[in-house]
Ligand binder design. Structure first.
Ligand code: XIL
Length: 299
């Protein structure tokens, strides 16, 4: 394959990117998107604040634009994200207890229902585990509704769209020896044992050059896969686009049969949420960087 998408497809994988609806009219942007990628994740458009700005009033314009674009260009869609402590609308931030729990359920039912049949995989729950050595849950308004909020979210998503793969998605879960990785692993193991519907685990992989490359990343991926879930690299970006690290991530995914694909978190450096670190595969003018070639060669 001569593009990321075709090369990944030859390996039975996808290659995706985060996209912003308002950039689809930029021909440099859409040119690269159409040429290189066969999976898209709306970068912000499916988040709670975007899709339900007022309680029980849903707003799908920008997200629909991305889904329609993807469908007309033969790309699949990762839905992101149904339940998350961040980017909640103000009204949800101000709820607690049963009212918040019911609002979460209503949100998932409506949003996953609206996109029923159109989503390859949903990030049902995003970033629910704490950083640091404890390996436990992150404190949040959702967590304070009860520890079962995550499984309720997954069961609600399954009911709303039985055809979508349901993922748990988080960052700093690449290193097998991290407490956070173990915490997520134990949750997935428990869900599998108790029949809570979960199909995939997303590894965001916002990698920071200052720490060593997580050399056991493929061990982490294969240990999760052994629980019976698909694994996906969901938001890849790497400080200064370290070519070795990009090559390593690509090889680590390909080394694990259940690693379904890689998504980078934006197209050009100028599109990145951390653009000052130039962490992506295309420069601000849309030219391929060395990291692009490293990934393509590794695929
Ligand atoms: C980021 C977006 O890229 C930014 O545009 C937005 O301002 C903040 O969120 N983890 C996630 C993503 O799951 O949703 C975040 O995306 C990056 C970190």
């Amino acid at each position: 394959g001569t593009t990321l998408g075709t090369a990944a497809a030859e390996k039975g994988r996808y290659f995706g990117t985060a996209v912003a609806a308002y950039k689809l009219s930029d021909s440099t942007y859409s040119g690269i998107l159409n040429r290189e990628f066969n999976m898209v994740t709306p970068e912000n458009e499916m988040k709670w604040d975007a899709t339900e700005p007022n309680q029980n009033q849903f707003s799908y314009g920008s997200a629909d634009q991305i889904v329609n674009y993807a469908q007309s260009h033969g790309m699949r869609v990762r839905g992101h994200a149904l339940a998350w402590h961040s980017q909640q609308p103000g009204w949800a931030q101000n709820l607690s207890g049963t009212a918040l729990r019911n609002a979460m359920i209503n949100h998932i039912t409506n949003v996953a229902g609206h996109y029923k049949g159109k989503i390859y995989a949903w990030d049902v729950v995003n970033e629910a585990f704490a950083d640091g050595g404890g390996g436990g849950r992150r404190d949040s308004n959702l967590q304070r509704t009860g520890n079962d909020w995550i499984e309720v979210a997954f069961r609600t998503a399954r009911a709303a769209d039985p055809g979508a793969k349901l993922c748990y998605n988080d960052y700093n879960t690449d290193d097998w020896n991290q407490a956070k990785t173990q915490g997520v692993y134990n949750m997935v193991k428990d869900f599998k044992a108790r029949g809570v519907p979960i199909d995939c685990v997303g590894f965001q992989s916002h990698l920071n050059n200052q720490s060593p490359y997580p050399s056991n990343y493929r061990t982490t991926l294969s240990n999760f896969a052994a629980l019976g879930v698909e694994v996906q690299i969901t938001e890849l970006d790497i400080e200064q686009a370290n070519t070795t690290w990009y090559r390593n991530v690509t090889s680590d995914c390909l080394a694990v049969a259940a690693c379904a694909g890689i998504t980078v978190w934006g197209i050009r450096d100028s599109d990145s949420w951390r653009s000052s670190q130039n962490p992506l595969l295309f420069d601000g003018s849309g030219n391929k960087k060395a990291a692009y070639t490293a990934v393509l060669d590794a695929l």
